[in-house]
Design a protein around this ligand. Structure first.
Ligand SMILES: [Zn+2]
Length: 98
């Protein structure tokens, strides 16, 4: 795993491929039952994937294909739509100001 300059594990956004420390990303996790959830505390077990917290990134880049690639598993459209709904609640106004 690559490290940042500060020596922290580096994450890669599944939508835009930007890299950075994990604080800059939302973590998605595939649970044991196959559901995909936002892991707000970064502690849920399961395979994780990362998305920039910047609004324009996930609004444009969160696609079934990118999530499936990031989590290395088949992903249903309704799972991705559920993630969108969660993200809109968490970050309704993020994006344009950054
Ligand atoms: Zn991104």
């Amino acid at each position: 795993m690559a490290l940042t300059r500060e020596g922290l594990p580096e994450r890669t956004c599944i939508a835009c491929r930007r890299k950075g420390p994990k604080e800059e990303f939302w973590r998605l996790v595939r649970r044991g039952d196959g559901r995909i959830e936002l892991d707000l505390r970064g502690r849920l077990p399961g395979r994780g994937a990362y998305l920039c917290r910047r609004g324009e990134c996930w609004r444009r880049g969160l696609k079934v294909k990118s999530v499936a690639h990031g989590l290395r598993c088949p992903v249903a459209l309704e799972d991705v739509e559920g993630l969108f709904r969660d993200l809109l609640v968490l970050a309704p106004n993020r994006g344009s100001e950054e």
